[in-house]
Design a protein around this ligand. Structure first.
Ligand SMILES: Nc1ncnc2c1ncn2[C@@H]1O[C@H](COP(=O)(O)OP(=O)(O)OP(=O)(O)O)[C@@H](O)[C@H]1O
Length: 315
């Protein structure tokens, strides 16, 4: 049985797809390690979902990879909606577990940066996010797929980075991140400015070959929260925006760090942004990769659209 159905507005113009069925079960996959104040925020969301007639079941992750397993098994049981309660990493794992199934993905943004939630206009307040889930309106999410040299694959929902930002993610003190949130990234960025040696990255995309000091492959416009990095990105369409940082060195990294919260990355000298469908990033040295803000290994990596899109609950 398909999990979603289609209705038409009285004007017969607006196509609304919803995951909701009468008494449909909902699974909340909760990452207790994501974000800050998460238990309290989860409780508020659960209360709001129950107040709207839903009976959410909560499954808590015990470590990396768990969210995908929980989501996959729920989809196989015919659960029509699986909600990722965490940050972008948890959403990516749940999306990977739901890939190829009829189940829709919901989001309770309980992470640190919650970039996808900002991108889609999902409320950060738990009770308002729950109201969006209960309303059940569904849009198409087109995840990216990263393939590594060892044959492993990883889905991402917002962006993948190689170079400086991935070095920051790789060295981040997770305890500090839990205590002070996004400020931990700022501190680690300052440390990496003194340490990272910017090995050149060979970039091949859609038949073009070039080099960069760092590269970000993004589905959406936003990065690290609400900061615009690729203003003309079209998350609803196949393909990506490729953001190349041509210049290396601590000064360039400092300039990018200052430009980011001002939304000025696209205008920074040495930054180029272009559409790309198939991207390969490689390096002679050990260059780290991050996907949706989590460490994802080392180059080389090849990035394409995931084989199938997903339904995601949106406002
Ligand atoms: N029980 C757990 N203990 C420790 N880590 C976990 C657990 N469950 C999941 N994880 C891992 O926690 C990592 C971070 O989760 P997530 O990205 O959702 O939160 P965040 O980093 O705070 O948010 P954001 O990515 O939005 O900044 C993920 O890589 C996930 O695999």
């Amino acid at each position: 049985m398909r999990a979603s159905h289609v209705t038409r507005s009285s004007a017969k113009r607006l196509r609304i797809v919803t995951w909701r069925r009468y008494a449909a079960p909902v699974l909340i996959v909760f990452n207790p390690a994501a974000g800050a104040g998460r238990q309290r925020r989860l409780s508020r969301a659960l209360g709001a979902l129950r107040a709207r007639g839903l009976a959410p079941q909560v499954a808590e992750t015990r470590g990396p990879g768990d969210a995908a397993v929980l989501a996959r098994s729920a989809a196989a049981r015919g659960v029509p909606l699986v909600v990722a309660a965490g940050g972008d990493g948890t959403i990516a794992e749940v999306a990977a577990g739901l890939a190829g199934s009829a189940a829709a993905l919901g989001v309770l943004p309980l992470g640190t940066a919650n970039v996808l939630a900002w991108e889609l206009g999902l409320p950060q307040a738990p009770d308002r996010a729950a109201a969006v889930i209960a309303a059940g309106r569904i849009a198409t999410l087109r995840p990216g797929l990263a393939r590594f040299a060892d044959g492993s694959e990883r889905l991402f929902v917002q962006m993948l980075g190689a170079g400086f930002d991935a070095a920051v993610v790789a060295r981040l003190d997770l305890g500090l991140k839990r205590r002070i949130g996004r400020a931990a990234y700022v501190l680690e960025s300052l440390r990496q400015m003194a340490r990272y040696d910017f090995p050149p990255i060979a970039v091949t995309f859609d038949g073009v070959t070039t080099t960069a000091a760092s590269a970000i492959v993004t589905k959406g416009r936003l990065y690290a929260g609400r900061y615009r990095i690729a203003p003309d990105a079209r998350a609803a369409e196949p393909g990506f925006r490729l953001v190349l940082f041509r210049r290396s060195g601590a000064l360039q990294a400092a300039l990018a760090g200052a430009a980011l919260p001002l939304g000025l990355i696209p205008r920074l000298p040495g930054v180029e942004i272009m559409p790309a469908r198939r991207i390969r990033l490689a390096a002679a040295g050990a260059v780290p990769v991050q996907a949706d803000g989590d460490p994802a290994g080392l180059l080389p990596v090849e990035v394409t659209d995931a084989p199938s899109p997903l339904g995601i609950v949106v406002p």
